[in-house]
Write a protein that binds this ligand. Structure first.
Ligand SMILES: Cc1ncc(COP(=O)(O)O)c(C=O)c1O
Length: 430
């Protein structure tokens, strides 16, 4: 049956399947690059995604945590157009006015202990750069070990594969960084950080003064899992006391997604040594940044720069984006919708199918008992005009643009709730 509301439109007989365009791309690209939910994007405006078959979804993905300021935000479009009209679309690493303006604004908004930013293009690049910076810093400090978490994701690339997922992730390469040590992620609220758990595969304790740094996703991506507060407090205190660096991967958490500018700030008054930013930094074009202190980031041996890093159009988009998102009126408005989001999503724990609801700011991870139920909920949402993040694990994620209208948000939460109810009924009648 057709659906038509102010915010959603689904044509009668809609079936989620690969259309002609999708099939053409399927032939041209590695299949791994193809999205598992085959919707062909024709247009994305604010919190709506449109295909070219007359369907319209409420976007609860922000296009994978990018469009924090909304898709095709007019303020950002205007800034990009202005840059286009200035006939400066590319500048390599030569100084440009827009690069200086963007960097100044980014550092002015950020806590003052960050005094330098390195610009690159993607999240993977900045995470790879951070790995390199920590390794080089370790060499100078005669330290050795990097501590990271199982189940984390820090992007694509060999350095990235060394520091995320599992110790086996980089095995394809035949090369190993045996100085990277994985801890189990603290999924339970009463999990505590125990320095005694910092051990080599041999079982030997790692001396505190041998630890170079900790890599943390601000929340673990696949289910929006946050570290228990006591865990992060003691990990942070331990790192600071032992002189190890703390690096947060803010790819999904940054740019007001969790409320404050950076997501790590929701854990209290922390001063991480390095943060890695991307995705929501422009709400649109590719740009990423490592923020740190000069003594860490100004390492000649790191040799970190790129042909396209700090591209003028991306810097123009980035500047407009952070000006838009940091506007005090917008911050007040956003707080209201975040409250609706949190209350609405927390309420979904009433369904026995839902094992856990992880929610903070405008990100939520619904944890289901199994992958099949989670994936069916996603498919039902899509059939009803709401687009969630399908993780193909036993979770779904919801993270609308921060510009979402309160009525649209209520409507989207109702659709998710109805989808869960309907999957539960199907299961009962099996
Ligand atoms: C936490 C985290 N780190 C790094 C990355 C890699 O970013 P990109 O896809 O821009 O390379 C992602 C991407 O999803 C991410 O979620």
């Amino acid at each position: 049956m057709a659906i038509k509301t102010r915010y959603r439109e689904i044509q009668d007989g809609f079936v989620l399947q690969k259309d002609e365009l999708y099939k053409k791309l399927w032939d041209l690209e590695p299949h791994l690059a193809a999205n598992g939910t085959p919707i062909t994007w024709n247009k994305a405006v604010d919190f709506s995604v449109f295909d070219d078959h007359g369907n319209k979804w409420i976007d609860m993905t922000s296009g994978i945590f990018v469009a924090n300021a909304g898709h095709a935000n007019p303020f950002i479009i205007e800034a990009i157009k202005k840059q286009l009209d200035a006939n400066l679309l590319f500048s390599y690493t030569y100084p440009t006015d827009i690069r200086q303006k963007f960097l100044s604004k980014l550092l002015e908004l950020s806590p003052p202990h960050f005094n330098k930013a390195l610009l690159l293009n993607s999240g993977s690049e900045v995470m790879g750069a951070a790995y390199k910076l920590v390794k080089l810093w370790a060499k100078k400090q005669h330290r050795r070990y990097i501590i990271t978490f199982r189940g984390s994701y820090h992007g694509q690339g060999l350095g990235n594969d060394f520091i995320c997922g599992s110790p086996e992730k980089g095995d394809w390469s035949g090369v190993k960084d045996s100085d990277v040590i994985f801890l189990d992620f603290p999924y339970r609220a009463n999990d505590r950080f125990d320095p005694k758990s910092l051990r080599l595969p041999s079982g030997d304790q790692i001396p505190a003064d041998q630890i170079a740094g900790f890599f943390l996703e601000t929340f673990q991506g696949w289910g929006a899992w946050f570290y228990p507060q006591q865990y992060i407090d003691s990990l942070y205190a331990f790192a600071k006391n032992s002189g190890a660096l703390v690096c947060f991967d803010e790819m999904q958490a940054g740019f007001y997604r969790l409320g404050p500018l950076y997501g790590y700030m929701t854990y209290g008054d922390l001063q991480p040594d390095i943060i890695c930013l991307g995705k929501g930094i422009t709400s649109s074009l590719p740009l990423s940044a490592v923020l740190s202190r000069a003594e860490i980031i100004d390492d000649k041996e790191a040799d970190l720069h790129g042909t396209h890093s700090g591209n003028p159009l991306c810097c123009a988009a980035g500047l407009a984006n952070i000006e838009f998102l940091s506007d005090p009126n917008f911050i007040a408005e956003r707080q209201r919708t975040m409250n609706i989001f949190q209350a609405g999503l927390e309420g979904l724990i009433r369904f026995p199918l839902v094992k856990m609801v992880n929610v903070r700011g405008m990100i939520a991870g619904l944890i289901f008992h199994d992958t099949d139920a989670a994936t069916r909920v996603v498919m039902k949402c899509i059939g009803n005009g709401v687009l969630p993040v399908c993780t193909f694990k036993h979770s779904i994620k919801l993270a609308p643009p921060l510009t979402i209208d309160a009525h649209a948000l209520y409507e989207a939460i109702d659709v998710v709730s109805e989808a869960i109810r309907s999957v539960a009924i199907e299961d009962e009648t099996k």
